[in-house]
Design a protein around this ligand. Structure first.
Ligand code: SAM
Length: 278
């Protein structure tokens, strides 16, 4: 299959031939350098035997690199039907390994679409990257790994440590559910058309031995705490009930602010809230 992939026309030609001008509204910033897409797939680590899902394949640069990987299957989900003919050309040389699905990833149940072991890999459309990530984190144990390109500022928030400017809801929820590793950063000029900012690939894998509290409670606790991040927790958590009692139960200082609380502290807080909800 490698020789058939190598014989494909350059992505610029595919784009010109099919009239695939990038649409800003769909977050279309393409990776046309196949060395870069191959590197992303290499950095994703072991895809052996995995059922890989790629969100937003566009003209198929990352998809070509995936076809050369030892995945069991590749399912690509693309919302913009203009790309389907070019993707079907790839499927034709994929020998049944590549399936093209026209759908909105936000409305697609990946767990129903492909069996385990699952791995997601994507250069995500920036306007839906965070809601997609939150949806997958909810079911993180159903995935072997998520290898995702974000705007660098979003990636920084995902991996941020307490007491840093970038630390917030996304850091807590991501690091509670997953081990998070930044893999590589690409300059804006690596994309066509170039976006305004650099991008970073982050890998997330289910965190083992995690203490579970209901996802919705963790969302509510972090929303309250970081919604008023400059306030002390005894004030920002009032909407959750008796804030002082909750904080005492979680062994947290009532005068602390959200950004000083580590993930374990938020888990204790969520547990205290969940216990009251019965
Ligand atoms: N994977 C290609 C690459 O790396 O060159 C394209 C990446 S581009 C940043 C994002 C892709 O996601 C586009 O092809 C866009 O049409 C697609 N897309 C945008 N919103 C989507 C959605 N809700 N569901 C599925 N695909 C979407």
């Amino acid at each position: 299959m490698r020789s058939a992939i190598a014989a494909l026309p350059p992505l610029r030609e595919v784009i010109a031939q099919h009239g695939l001008a990038a649409k800003k509204s769909l977050g279309q910033n393409f990776l046309l350098d196949l060395n870069v897409t191959a590197r992303i797939v290499r950095e994703a680590g072991d895809l052996g035997g995995a059922n890989v899902v790629e969100i937003g394949p566009g003209p198929g640069g990352l998809t070509r690199a995936l076809l050369a990987a030892p995945a069991a299957s590749i399912t690509v989900i693309e919302r913009d039907r203009r790309f389907l003919p070019a993707l079907e050309e790839l499927a034709a040389i994929g020998g049944g390994k590549l399936r093209v699905v026209e759908a909105d990833a936000l409305k697609t149940d990946i767990l129903a679409l492909v069996p385990a072991p699952r791995a997601v890999i994507a250069n995500l459309p920036y306007n839906v990257a965070t809601p997609l990530l939150i949806g997958w984190l909810r079911h993180i144990d159903e995935f072997r790994s998520l290898t995702l390109m974000f705007q660098k500022e979003v990636a920084d928030r995902i991996v941020a440590a307490p007491r840093s400017h970038a630390y917030g809801r996304l850091s807590v929820i991501a690091q509670w559910r997953a081990e998070v590793d930044p893999l590589l950063t690409l300059p804006a000029r690596a994309f066509t058309p170039p976006p305004k900012v650099d991008s970073t690939v982050v890998q997330l894998r289910p965190r083992q031995g995690r203490e579970d509290v209901p996802f919705a409670v963790m969302e509510a606790v972090t929303a309250a705490a970081f919604g008023q991040r400059r306030k002390m927790l005894r004030a920002s958590l009032r909407s959750l009930g008796d804030a002082e009692a909750l904080l005492a139960e979680a062994q947290l200082s009532p005068t602390a602010r959200a950004e000083e609380i580590d993930v374990a502290g938020f888990v204790r807080l969520a547990r205290a809230v969940a216990a009251r909800q019965g």
